[in-house]
Design a protein around this ligand. Structure first.
Ligand code: HMG
Ligand code: MG
Length: 314
């Protein structure tokens, strides 16, 4: 399988990133971040989630965020703002706020499913089937997630066959894309490739996306390993923000800056303007009081110079 020539990035920082922040980020900052990410050329930005505010207080302003983005004079028609919906209640609220794409999130681990959405995998799939039915009737696109595709924070290693089975259920329901979440970042290129191969036997690889957390610093390597199998959609988070409140110890997703650096270095198109991306990363890092001199953002001038000379980045 050859590497793709172009990759779609799904920016999950405003959702996966901010959901893990203890301090409540003002709605206006969230909106400004998302608009900066859209200005940088990202065309799929997971904006928020319509989950219970008791479970994830940071996402309590979801309707306000989505409504403001959809009504914004800066809105770009090519940019989609998928939102997470754990059940029909969340789906109805998302639709009322104008959602045109939603994401449902299942897991390959029973314990994680219970901890994250308070029900078994089987129950969650029943709930999601109802969400998908409603979404289809309204012609709303549905993305699916599988969490704990390689390992679970409670159960340890996860059988790839289990992951593939859940991915297939979501595919059969009508999800246009299934994002494979290495929730705790325990995957390595070998285990991630093995998991993708098993999933790709049940779901076409064009419909699979990689969602890799970077807890052990393996996420960029895992993106590379997935590219080698022909995967062409990756989730990433600006400034590497994130984690899951129900996956103790898990750190953020792979940083969008790092993935873009990798992809452009490989000559793979993303449509992302790195200069504007780094400015967006600096904006949110400054707001959160985080050091932004990490990895691909460390030396902006050098990184930009390297990418103006294709082939110079190894
Ligand atoms: P529950 O407590 O079992 O819900 O939570 P319930 O149906 O029993 O209802 C209890 C109360 O919650 C009721 O209110 C409902 O109305 C309300 P009350 O009558 O007590 O006042 N409620 C809601 N409120 C707002 N929005 C809703 C909603 N649903 C019920 N949608 C529930 C079940 C699924 C709601 C809860 O467990 C939940 O919200 N979980 C979300 C947790 C979460 O957001 N986790 C992070 C996202 S997943 C992730 O990060 C992984 C991913 O990145 C991939 C990866 O990395 O692996 C995607
Ligand atoms: Mg995640």
């Amino acid at each position: 399988m050859t590497r793709p020539l172009r990759v779609k990035l799904v920016e999950v920082g405003p959702r996966d990133g901010l959901q893990n922040e203890q301090q409540i980020v003002p709605t206006a900052i969230k909106i400004e971040l998302i608009e900066r990410l859209a200005d940088a050329g990202l065309v799929a930005i997971e904006a928020t989630s319509f989950v219970s505010p008791r479970w994830v207080p940071q996402m309590a302003d979801s309707a306000e965020v989505l409504r403001a983005l959809l009504a914004s004079p800066r809105r770009r028609p090519a940019v989609s703002y998928p939102v997470l919906t754990p059940n029909l209640k969340g789906f109805d609220a998302a639709v009322e706020a104008g959602a045109q794409e939603v994401a449902i999130f299942a897991a390959a681990s029973e314990t994680f499913s219970q901890k994250n959405i308070n029900c078994s995998i089987g129950e969650s799939l029943k709930r999601y089937a109802a969400v998908v039915d409603s979404a289809s009737a309204l012609e709303i696109k549905i993305r699916g997630y599988v969490s704990c595709v390689v390992a679970c924070p409670y159960e340890g290693a996860v059988d790839p066959a289990r992951t593939a089975w859940v991915a297939r259920q979501l595919y059969d329901m009508g999800c246009h894309e299934i994002s494979l979440g290495d929730t705790i970042g325990a995957g390595t290129p070998t285990s991630v490739q093995r998991m993708i191969e098993v999933c790709a036997a049940l779901v076409p690889i064009e419909r699979l996306a990689g969602h890799y957390h970077d807890t052990y610093g393996m996420a960029v390597a895992n993106v590379y390993a997935s590219l080698e199998l022909g995967m062409a959609v990756f989730d990433s988070s600006i400034a590497g923000l994130g984690g899951c409140p129900y996956a103790p110890g898990a750190s953020g997703n792979v940083a969008t800056e790092d993935v873009v650096f990798l992809l452009h270095g490989l000559g793979i198109e993303t449509g992302v303007d790195r200069d504007k991306l780094l400015a967006a990363g600096e904006f949110i890092s400054l707001y959160l009081g985080r050091d932004y001199r990490r990895r691909a953002a460390r030396n902006k001038a050098l990184a930009l110079e390297c990418h103006s000379q294709p082939g110079t980045v190894q």
